[in-house]
Design a protein around this ligand. Sequence first.
Ligand SMILES: Cc1cc2nc3c(=O)[nH]c(=O)nc-3n(C[C@H](O)[C@H](O)[C@H](O)COP(=O)(O)OP(=O)(O)OC[C@H]3O[C@@H](n4cnc5c(N)ncnc54)[C@H](O)[C@@H]3O)c2cc1C
Length: 328
Amino acid sequence: MPLSTLFSAPNLDDDQIIQVVSGLRPCRRGGLRLESQQLGNKTIIHNYGHGGSGITLSLGTAIAAADLVTDKKPVAILGAGVIGLTTARELAKRGCQVTIYAKDSGHDTVSAIAGALWLPVGIDIDHPQIGTEKLNHLLNLSHNALQNLDPNRYGIEPITVYEPAYAQSNDHYFDNGTIPTPTPIDRLPFPGPPRTGRSFDSLFIHTPRYLDAILDDLNQLGVQIINQEFTHLDQLEALDEPTLINCLALGSLTLFNDTAMYPARGILVHLKAQDLGYAIHDGFKFIFPRDTALILGGCFDENVWDELPDEQIAKEIIAHHRRFFGLS
Ligand SMILES: Cc1cc2nc3c(=O)[nH]c(=O)nc-3n(C[C@H](O)[C@H](O)[C@H](O)COP(=O)(O)OP(=O)(O)OC[C@H]3O[C@@H](n4cnc5c(N)ncnc54)[C@H](O)[C@@H]3O)c2cc1C
């Protein structure tokens, strides 16, 4: 490939760094939980365990959780990350009276940290409980719903993703009908060591804009967000609403004693925004061009509960991406 057809390398100099952020993906052995349970006089609908795919699946699981609500009585949503907010929005749009209860909400949750590329990663695919077919259905529901949103307002855009061959472990991205078959590439179009790979087209979600738009929708739909931490199931019994939707993510480990839940820490380095026009997906080492920052990932540290951004890991992330582009 002639050098003139290569993209130029992004600017990864130290003076571009804005901040390092860190968050815990809410992973669940056996796959996400989407089902109803009776607890005393309350119906609890569980919607949690989205791992590294919460933004991707948010609208699909919101629809599926709302479908489990069988009457028009008031509903309480527990949790105000992307899953709680999108579920509340879906139910409020259907005419339910919805109130959200959460310790933190929107931009103060893990959801605000997500990149976010539309890709089913960091989640158990072969669900003993849900099944691959159901997961693929949820992915399609989500994809269709995302494509029906105003892309500018919700921050959704098509993007070409490049993956080096050595990072390709998952072909299930392409067997659910939402991402077209990838194109093999003899040499990835970047400076640095020549590498084979592939490219595919997906969606990129500018998470801050996505959350802003959903919060704005909720405001217009009259949904209130009440600040409350739950430490015991008795607090749920005390809520007025007969139906509760559990979107507490890792909070389900302690509150519902769901020991299948575990965290997978991700660390991201934000650089000043650069309009790359593509994303790189090198396993959990990725580059996403968010409109407010160039996002360098990352890691997937299973069972690490420490949320503090680790400066040494951040340095390794930057060094990795510089090597990728032959910058050091
Ligand atoms: C570094 C990183 C990169 C990611 N990249 C992507 C990506 O590219 N694409 C993608 O689709 N996904 C990505 N994700 C995954 C995505 O962020 C998560 O799957 C998603 O945020 C989960 O949303 P949630 O609402 O279930 O959880 P959270 O956002 O964690 O929200 C949980 C809510 O429950 C509340 N809560 C918890 N416990 C209690 C309690 N006891 N009492 C009261 N409230 C409580 C919290 O305050 C919060 O409101 C990424 C995640 C990380 C960390």
